[in-house]
Design a protein around this ligand. Structure first.
Ligand SMILES: Cc1cc2nc3c(=O)[nH]c(=O)nc-3n(C[C@H](O)[C@H](O)[C@H](O)COP(=O)(O)OP(=O)(O)OC[C@H]3O[C@@H](n4cnc5c(N)ncnc54)[C@H](O)[C@@H]3O)c2cc1C
Ligand code: SF4
Ligand code: SF4
Ligand code: SF4
Length: 501
C-alpha cells in the first residue's frame, strides 16, 4: 500500500532538487493557510502543538513529492498511470499514481479518456448472445499552462453537500482542524468565518473527486489478491455464523461483525471500536466508541437509517488501536485518507476496517414513514428489520413478521445512495453482509492479510464456524450479480466548482 511520506522517501532526490521542491511546497496555498491558522487550530484543543507540526510536515512533504513528480512527467505524451509509475523510479509506484490524480485536481494534469467498443458473448436468459460493451482507457498528461496559471485550491466540501451527493459519513468533520464542519445524518454545515481553506476536507471526502482509476491501477501492480470487477479485490469468501448465544440474541445475520469485534477486544488487538447503537430515539442509529464487551453487545443488529459514524473518529485520539465498522461509503472515506494521508493522529490509529454490505440506507424519518405507510404498524413494536430475498421484512414484538416487496420501499431510500457503486465495502479489511448466505449466516469477504487473520483467529477460538461461500447456495454467484447491478445503476457525480478545470 501507499507509504506514509517521510524523509526517507526523498533519499533518491538530489539535495538541490529537494531544496527547490520543498521551497515551492511551503508556498502552496493550502500549506500556508494551515500554517497561518496555527493559533486558531491549537485553540480548538483538537491537536497538540507537536501534532500540529506533524500534520504541517505531512502537508509539505506531500506537496514536495508532487512537485518533483510533476517535473518528471512534464513534456511526456499521455500515459496510463502504471506507465507513469514505471518511468518514475524515485518514489514507490503507489505514491506516483495517487499524486498524478491529486495533481489533476490541482489543475496541472489532464485526463484523456479513450472509449473503445468490443463484442462479448453473454448468457442472457439461458441463451448465449453477442453484446457490445464499452471499454474506457484513462491516460494522463501534464497540461500546457499559461504563465499566469494559478493552482486550484480545494474548496470546502459544502460543494459536495450542495450538489446532493454527500453520503453524510462525517469524515470531513473529524478531519477539519478548526472544527468548522458539523455533520449529522441529514445535514452538513460549514462555518465560513472559521474555515481557513486548508482543503483537507476536500482531499479526503469520498464524494469530492474520484480515486477509482488510482485504485484500479494499484490493483494491477499488487498481485496478491484475487480480483473481481464486481466485488473488487479479495483473499477468500466464506459463509459464517457465530457460535455464541449472547451474540445470537443481538445479531442481524450471522453475528460475524460482533464476533470479530469481541475477538479484537478480548485479544487486545484494539482498545476501542467505533460502531453504532440504538439512540434514545428507537431505530435511530447513534455512533459510539466502545471499549468493553457489555457495550459491544448493544451495537449488534442493523439499523437501516444512516449514521454519520466517522464524525466521532476525531474523539478516538487517546486510543492507540481502533476498529471501525461502517457502510461502504465510510470505508471509502477512510481509504481515500489512506491514499492522501493527512498525518492526523486518530487516522493512524485505525487498524481494522470492518465493512458492511449496503444496497441503500434510509433517512430516519423515512424509516418511520415506511413502517407506517407500508405496514401500518407502530415502529416501537418492531424488534428487527431485514432485507432478504427481495423483500423488506419487519419482525414485531408479538412474534409476527410482515414483508413487502423491496421495490415498494425503494422510494424511501436516501437520494445520495444513488451515487454509490460499492455494495460490498470494496476497501475494508473484511466485509460482511447477508446476500449469498442462508438465514442466520453471513457472507464474508476477506480482503487483506489482517482481515483474514482476525477471521481465522475467531474461528480458532471457537467463536465462528464457517463454510466456503463458493460451496453454499445462492453463494458468490448471486452476490456478484447484485454487486454488478449496483455498479451499473450508479449515477455519475458532477460537482459545480467555482474554478474551471
Ligand atoms: C444501512 C445498511 C444497509 C444494508 N444493506 C445490506 C444489503 O443490501 N445486503 C446485505 O447483504 N447486507 C446489508 N447490510 C448488512 C447487514 O444488514 C448486516 O449488517 C451484516 O450482514 C452483518 O451482520 P452480522 O449479523 O454479522 O452483524 P452484527 O453482529 O449484528 O453487527 C452489526 C454491526 O452493524 C453496525 N451497524 C448497524 N447499523 C448500522 C448503520 N446504520 N450504519 C453503520 N453501521 C451499522 C453495528 O454497529 C454492528 O457493529 C446493510 C447494513 C446497513 C447498516
Ligand atoms: S466527507 Fe462525508 S460527510 Fe463530509 S462532505 Fe464528504 S461525503 Fe459528506
Ligand atoms: S472546512 Fe475544510 S477547508 Fe475549511 S478549515 Fe475545515 S478542513 Fe479546512
Ligand atoms: S448505499 Fe452507499 S452511500 Fe448509501 S449508505 Fe450504503 S454505502 Fe453509504
Amino acid at each position: 500500500m501507499v507509504q506514509i511520506i517521510n524523509s526517507k522517501l526523498f533519499e533518491k532526490i538530489s539535495p538541490n532538487d529537494l531544496i527547490e521542491a520543498t521551497y515551492k511546497a511551503s508556498g502552496n496555498f493550502q500549506v500556508r493557510a494551515f500554517f497561518e491558522a496555527k493559533d486558531e487550530i491549537l485553540k480548538t484543543g483538537k491537536y497538540t502543538e507537536e501534532e500540529f507540526y506533524e500534520i504541517l510536515d505531512g502537508m509539505v512533504d506531500a506537496e514536495t513529492e508532487r512537485y518533483l513528480i510533476l517535473n518528471k512527467v512534464k513534456g511526456k505524451k499521455p500515459l496510463f498511470l502504471e506507465e507513469i509509475a514505471e518511468i518514475i523510479k524515485e518514489f514507490p509506484p503507489e505514491n506516483v499514481i495517487r499524486d498524478i490524480i491529486y495533481l489533476k485536481e490541482q489543475g496541472y494534469i489532464e485526463e484523456h479518456i479513450e472509449i473503445k467498443t468490443k463484442t462479448v458473448i453473454k448468457k442472457i436468459k439461458g441463451e448465449e448472445k453477442e453484446v457490445e460493451e464499452k471499454e474506457y482507457f484513462y491516460r494522463y498528461q501534464v497540461k500546457e499552462l499559461p504563465d499566469n496559471f494559478i493552482e486550484h485550491y480545494f474548496e470546502p466540501i459544502s460543494i459536495v453537500y450542495d450538489a446532493g451527493v454527500c453520503c453524510q459519513c462525517g469524515w470531513c468533520a473529524s478531519i477539519c482542524p478548526v472544527n468548522a464542519i458539523a455533520v449529522t445524518a441529514d445535514t452538513l454545515e460549514i462555518d465560513d468565518e472559521v474555515c481557513m481553506k486548508c482543503g483537507l476536507c476536500y482531499s479526503v471526502c469520498p464524494r469530492s473527486f474520484s480515486i477509482e482509476q488510482a485504485l484500479l491501477s494499484m490493483k494491477k501492480i499488487d498481485k496478491s489478491l484475487q480480483f473481481s470487477e464486481k466485488i473488487n479485490g479479495y483473499l477468500n469468501t466464506y459463509s459464517a455464523t457465530t457460535t455464541k448465544d449472547k451474540i445470537k440474541k443481538v445479531r442481524q445475520d450471522g453475528g460475524i461483525v460482533t464476533s470479530l469485534l469481541e475477538y479484537l477486544l478480548k485479544n487486545k488487538l484494539v482498545d476501542a471500536i467505533v460502531a453504532v447503537q440504538h439512540s434514545k430515539d428507537f431505530w435511530k442509529p447513534e455512533p459510539v466508541i466502545v471499549d468493553n464487551l457489555n457495550d459491544l453487545y448493544k451495537t449488534g443488529g442493523t439499523k437501516y437509517a444512516n449514521a454519520s459514524t466517522l464524525a466521532i473518529i476525531g474523539q478516538t485520539k487517546n486510543y492507540k488501536n481502533i476498529a471501525v465498522v461502517g457502510t461502504p461509503c465510510m470505508i471509502n472515506a477512510i481509504e481515500k485518507s489512506n491514499l492522501f494521508p493527512t498525518r492526523v493522529p486518530f487516522f493512524n490509529n485505525i487498524k481494522y476496517k470492518i465493512g458492511l454490505f449496503c444496497m441503500e440506507s434510509f433517512p430516519y424519518e423515512g424509516v418511520l414513514k415506511l413502517i407506517k405507510e407500508q405496514f401500518d404498524k407502530d415502529f416501537t413494536k418492531v424488534t428487527k428489520m431485514d432485507i432478504s430475498g427481495g423483500k423488506f421484512i419487519i419482525y414485531l414484538d408479538s412474534g409476527e413478521d410482515l414483508r413487502v416487496p423491496l421495490n415498494n420501499v425503494k422510494s424511501y431510500a436516501r437520494a445520495n445512495c444513488h451515487y454509490c457503486e460499492d455494495l460490498t465495502s470494496d476497501y475494508a479489511d473484511i466485509s460482511v453482509g447477508s446476500i449469498g448466505s442462508q438465514a442466520g449466516w453471513s457472507s464474508v469477504i476477506t480482503r487483506s492479510k489482517k482481515g483474514e487473520e482476525i477471521f481465522q483467529g475467531a474461528v480458532e477460538v471457537g467463536l465462528i464456524e464457517f463454510q466456503n461461500l463458493k460451496d453454499v447456495k445462492p453463494g458468490l454467484g448471486l452476490l456478484e450479480r447484485i454487486a454488478d447491478t449496483k455498479r451499473k445503476n450508479c449515477k455519475p457525480i458532477e460537482l459545480i466548482k467555482n474554478q474551471k478545470t
